[in-house]
Design a protein around this ligand. Structure first.
Ligand code: FA5
Length: 321
């Protein structure tokens, strides 16, 4: 027992004399290491006569736990004095953070503006029937407009939608005017890829049907949208156009700085389309528009080639935040 007491004293003296972590570690090894002094005592327990084993064993274990705890406390003290073992003035390591895809970003911004105007978001399927994609939109089977929107067909005769306009039909079939919706989504065409065309691209449809909807409202809404999206100084022009499902029809161009770029088609919903969904054209009128999302994004960010959006090159993707 005397031995334990003097061991405890020398141990306490030595750890208080340890002035840095390294010399503390030496003390730890001296007492608690594999061949340490305290460790040595625990090995001796089994050689003692049976009546001494228990009390000696307990005392040694107590000393061992005490010593471990004292080492831990002293280590903390020394760590506080020495400071952290790394350099806290170095810049942190940055992990790679993901980024929202530019097309998603543009979609979100556009949706937010139109929701602010009172439009609600609706979605339709990417696989469509001939009826929704063409016939109900006043594009009968042998109409030349079908050639401009050639697409990919499934064996059962269904097709990949060529525009978001079929969502107009789906919504008007189900809902009663006033209808004020937008429909974002992916569309497909048998177009050869080039700098401004992709066989898979994105559109956002808009539809407003109510009593007394006018072309002036269409023009005002689209102009206000473009000012909110591109800024108040954007230059816009409305050019007469033709779509089988609107009459009259227009295409909207935006000044890119070197020339005009067509970004959307629009017009007053054709009376035949209203009849096809059981809405009385003598009571109601409507306007509709379809924005090309890629073109709108290209204009906003000065992107010269549409294929950049689909190549998943992070050097491109991380620039648009
Ligand atoms: C249509 O798709 C009509 N559904 C738009 C519409 C809706 C008119 C409602 C009237 C009422 P268009 O084929 O012009 O129209 O395409 C609309 C926009 O999609 C174009 O202005 C263009 O920005 C974009 N676009 C068309 N083809 C491609 C393509 N291959 N790649 C990328 N963008 C395209």
């Amino acid at each position: 027992m005397h031995e334990l007491e003097s061991l405890r004293e020398s141990f306490l003296r030595e750890i208080s004399e340890a002035k840095d972590l390294r010399s503390l570690e030496e003390v730890r090894v001296k007492y608690l290491g594999k061949k340490g002094l305290i460790t040595g005592l625990t090995k001796k327990i089994k050689d003692l006569p049976i009546e001494e084993r228990r009390s000696f064993g307990r005392a040694v274990n107590e000393l061992k736990e005490f010593a471990e705890e004292e080492i831990r406390k002293r280590r903390e003290e020394l760590q506080d004095i020495e400071g952290p073992s790394y350099d806290p003035t170095l810049p942190g390591r940055k992990g790679d953070v993901g980024n929202i895809h530019p097309l998603t970003r543009v979609f979100n911004e556009i949706i937010e503006i139109f929701v602010g105007f009172g439009f609600q978001v609706r979605r339709g399927p990417e696989i469509e029937t001939d009826w929704y994609n063409f016939t109900a939109l006043n594009i009968p089977e042998y109409h030349p407009a079908r050639e401009m929107q050639d697409t990919f067909y499934l064996p059962d005769g269904r097709l990949m939608r060529t525009h978001t306009s079929p969502v107009q039909i789906r919504v008007m079939e189900k809902e009663k005017p006033p209808i004020r919706i937008i429909a974002p989504g992916r569309v497909f065409r048998r177009d050869n890829p080039d700098a401004t065309h992709s066989p898979v691209f994105h559109q956002l449809e808009g539809l407003y049907v109510d009593r007394n909807v006018t072309f002036a409202q269409l023009k005002g809404t689209l102009t206000l949208f473009l000012k909110k999206f591109y800024g108040p100084h954007v230059k816009v022009k409305f050019v007469p156009s033709y779509f089988p499902f609107t009459e009259p029809s227009t295409e909207v161009y935006v000044d890119t700085g070197d020339g005009w770029m067509e970004i959307l088609g629009a017009g007053m919903v054709h009376q035949n389309v209203l009849r096809n969904v059981g809405i009385d054209p003598d009571e109601y009128s409507g306007y509709a528009f379809g924005l090309g999302i890629e073109r709108i994004a290209m204009l906003k960010y000065g992107i010269k080639d549409i294929r950049m959006f689909y190549e998943d090159d992070v050097r491109f993707l991380e620039q648009i935040r």
